[in-house]
Ligand binder design. Structure first.
Ligand code: SF4
Length: 216
């Protein structure tokens, strides 16, 4: 018997919280833990000016382009609806060509663009305590904090992540003053399409996603 106190949306197979035309599972947080007070508290946060504008713009982009527009087009449409003119790009050096293409597309479509690659500043990994063996895949650090600070100084209104590494992206999100959206999520072996590992988790990637557990 599963312990329902440990279950959450990742354990749900009905997804009744959108159209509400089925039943909520027994452990559903919507019915068990989220009361009117919590709902009101969250609704109030959406009332804050930037949040409200962001939610309305995102909803319209989703509605108008549903199943029709690419993510790159959706990012531009979102920026237009938000009234943003100046866009920042924070890219992985390994995706500098794609970042260049994105910059070209954005400029063609009327946006001002500034972008910084991940190795900016050329700080050796060993200088911040990263083990020397990591130099095998690059001598200098990926520098998401500097990328964010440079874009903050440039006063970009929306920043776009292009393939930053896991964890480097986390720090970029943390230090960016502007809202951030992601155009490319890095996955070096799946063509930057990490969901493929989930699609294949029960077959092609089964042994890697569910490695045998050692007996303790
Ligand atoms: S909120 Fe409830 S119905 Fe919706 S995904 Fe979570 S558990 Fe399922």
């Amino acid at each position: 018997m599963e312990d329902i106190s440990k279950m959450s949306c990742v354990d749900c197979s009905v997804g009744n919280c959108n159209f509400m035309d089925k039943s909520f599972p027994q452990f559903c947080p919507t019915v068990n833990t989220i009361d009117e007070e919590k709902r009101d508290e969250i609704k109030n946060i959406y009332e804050e000016e930037e949040n409200r504008k962001c939610m309305l713009s995102a909803a319209m982009v989703e509605y108008e382009g549903y199943g029709k527009t690419t993510r790159i087009e959706e990012i531009m449409e979102f920026a237009r609806k938000m009234g943003f003119k100046k866009i920042g790009i924070a890219n992985c050096l390994g995706l500098i060509k794609e970042a260049g293409t994105l910059g070209k597309i954005l400029r063609y479509n009327g946006f001002e663009v500034v972008g910084y690659g991940c190795k900016i500043g050329c700080i050796p990994k060993v200088e911040i305590g990263i083990p020397e063996e990591c130099n095998a895949v690059g001598k200098n650090i990926c520098n998401p904090i500097l990328q964010a600070k440079m874009l903050n100084e440039a006063k970009t209104e929306l920043n776009i992540v292009v393939g930053l590494c896991v964890g480097h992206d986390s720090l970029f999100y943390k230090y960016s003053d502007a809202l951030v959206t992601t155009a490319v999520t890095k996955d070096r072996i799946l063509g930057h399409n990490p969901v493929a590992a989930l699609y294949g988790a029960d077959f092609y990637f089964k042994k890697r996603m569910y490695p045998p557990k050692e007996d303790k």
